[in-house]
Design a binder for this molecule. Structure first.
Ligand code: SF4
Length: 571
């Protein structure tokens, strides 16, 4: 049968993991022998991806493993097989671990005995009963705790293989989903955590985030990108959402008279943020009506799907297409897809963003609504036990508006708390061993999953973050301003170490002369975000993890000694 294929078809067949790829090439025919049908044009929602893979191979590229896996069996088509195999106790092969991630389950290093489930929570907002329901699901199927992620999302760990689907079914019962939460998909949609309650905001991001969330969920062609993809909506309020670290950021801005478009609130389009690759999103000069965000994001992503690198995972993010093409060419391709030009305004016709409050995610803050407050609770490296979660849900229901709003700072806020209930919230939170106080280091501590659950990690980021916080609280008693310390386990930079006041990225540190290595970090300082976006500068390489608390102490003491006032930021 091999002789029936031309040279181009043979290249495909050599590259693919299973005969299903061959079936696609032959229109699903002829695997059993006989003359192959002529290759047919792919159709349906997967066609855009198949054509991009075809083009890659035609141009002489070798598809990376993940592309071969997607092509051999679309993870959605493989769902029922995955369930059957998990129920039978079969450990997923690497390609099935990848496919499970389309359904939100991750078979995790280092032990690889359990799944972790990452959800999708648009704008990070949960009802109290959903929050308590996730705690119950974790108890029934996984470990008795959850983590808040840096995309204002929840993760539950220690889910045994046979419980994976039951956990996902439980999410559906709660009106939640994990679909597309991992692998090469558009990740949880973030929006301003104080949307709708912030006197400073220009626009309420909740409907925008929810609408984009539903747009993605209901279009299979928007899954299976060349690489993961992040989209964020910033409403212009006091709490930053770090949209500059996203592939697409929509920023609410005020356009003033004389810009050539109607004055008022528009969404400015920024593109190409990926802080782990030392790049923050850049302004395109384009402004959109809020109702056009989905259509434009869709077109941007389709240009990426068609032109992203499918051969090299390290270069597969949209940033690399932007770097290769330049913004003008990329945006021209987007406009061609849309069939119209997008509006542009010069920076001088956009009012400056109102300042953010770097610690508005912690403590008590007045809402736009008279007599109401939001109250931010510190979660050490994002962790809560399920017992804590159930009581937090009760507090939200009895003292607030019933919502729990997760933030990208790995914590959450209660919203709609009347003045008369603030003290009760604070004392009930304290009774759980948590705090609402925005003191020192702990409220700005961000850490990725680290070596306890991620195969890429060079260090135990969460454990080391706690050690650093404990040490600093003992040794830097005069730390009177909040400081952001971000620990990330590898170059993927899930904890965005480059935008922290102090950032640590996991590194193996050589010790002795016989090639032994221990966990440690490279250390950067002076990163920033929102109105002060900046990629931090590396100052130390390969510091042993055990020495990092002392280095952070030294940095903080130097800052306190050299600053001219408390208002001078670490940056
Ligand atoms: Fe894993 Fe690296 Fe992300 Fe940390 S930054 S969770 S080590 S991929």
């Amino acid at each position: 049968m091999a002789g029936d294929f031309n040279a181009e078809q043979k290249r495909y067949l050599e590259g693919f993991a299973s005969g299903i790829a061959a079936a696609r090439l032959t229109g699903g025919l002829a695997l059993g022998g006989g003359a192959a049908a002529a290759p047919s044009e792919p159709t349906g929602p997967d066609a855009i991806h198949i054509k991009a893979q075809d083009k890659t191979v035609k141009d002489g590229g070798k598809l990376c493993d993940q592309e071969k896996w997607k092509r051999a069996e679309n993870p959605f088509d493989g769902h029922n097989r995955l369930i059957r195999e998990a129920a039978a106790g079969t450990q997923p092969k690497p390609e099935d671990n990848f496919r499970w991630r389309y359904h939100g389950l991750f078979w995790l290093a280092p032990n690889k005995t359990h799944y972790m489930c990452r959800m999708r929570i648009p704008n990070g907002i949960l009802q109290h009963w959903q929050f308590a329901g996730v705690a119950d699901l974790a108890d029934a199927h996984g470990g008795p705790y959850t983590h808040v992620t840096t995309r204002a999302n929840l993760q539950v760990r220690e889910i045994t293989p046979e419980h994976g689907q039951a956990f996902l079914d439980g999410l559906t019962d709660l009106g939640l989903t994990a679909r597309g939460a991992g692998a090469d998909n558009i990740r949880n949609v973030t929006g301003s955590p104080t949307a709708g309650i912030d006197a400073q905001e220009l626009i309420d991001t909740r409907p925008l985030a929810k609408s984009w969330h539903n747009w993605i969920l209901n279009d299979r062609s928007l899954y299976g990108l060349p690489r993961k993809f992040n989209v964020a909506f910033d409403g212009g309020g006091v709490m930053p959402v770090l949209e500059e670290t996203n592939d697409i950021g929509f920023q609410a801005v005020e356009v003033v008279e004389g810009a050539g478009v109607e004055p008022g609130v528009w969404m400015r389009l920024v593109l190409g943020g990926i802080s782990g690759h030392r790049d923050l999103a850049r302004d395109t000069g384009i402004v959109l009506k809020p109702e056009d965000c989905n259509l434009v994001a869709d077109a941007i992503i389709r240009v990426f799907i068609e032109n992203g690198d499918r051969t090299n995972r390290a270069k597969a993010r949209m940033k690399y297409v932007l770097d290769a093409w330049g913004f003008d060419k990329y945006l021209a391709a987007v406009e061609e897809k849309l069939g119209r030009k997008l509006d542009r305004v010069a920076p001088e016709h956009v009012a400056p963003r109102k300042p953010t409050d770097r610690f508005s995610h912690v403590g008590v803050h007045r809402q736009a609504q008279d007599g109401l407050n939001w109250v931010g609770v510190v979660l050490p490296v994002g962790k809560m036990t399920t017992d804590q979660m159930r009581e937090l849900a009760r507090i939200s229901s009895e003292c607030g508006d019933g919502q729990i709003r997760l933030t990208v700072w790995q914590n959450f806020i209660f919203s709609g708390v009347p003045d008369a209930k603030v003290a009760e919230v604070e004392s009930r939170v304290a009774a759980l061993g948590l705090t609402t106080k925005a003191a020192g280091i702990r409220s700005g501590l961000v850490a990725c999953t680290g070596s306890n659950g991620c195969k890429f990690a060079a260090a135990d980021t969460k454990g080391d973050a706690i050690l650093i916080a404990d040490h600093v609280e003992r040794t830097v008693s005069d730390l009177d301003v909040p400081v952001n310390v971000h620990l990330t386990g590898c170059h993927h930079s899930c904890a965005q170490h480059y935008i922290g006041d102090i950032g640590l990225i996991g590194a193996k540190v050589p010790v002795g002369e016989d090639g032994d290595m221990v966990a440690g970090y490279d250390i950067v300082v002076g990163g920033g975000f929102a109105e002060n976006p900046k990629i931090g500068t590396e100052i130390w390489k390969a510091v042993k993890a055990e020495d990092c608390p002392g280095r952070v102490e030294a940095l903080l003491k130097t800052y306190i000694a050299l600053r001219t006032s408390k208002d001078e930021s670490f940056q």
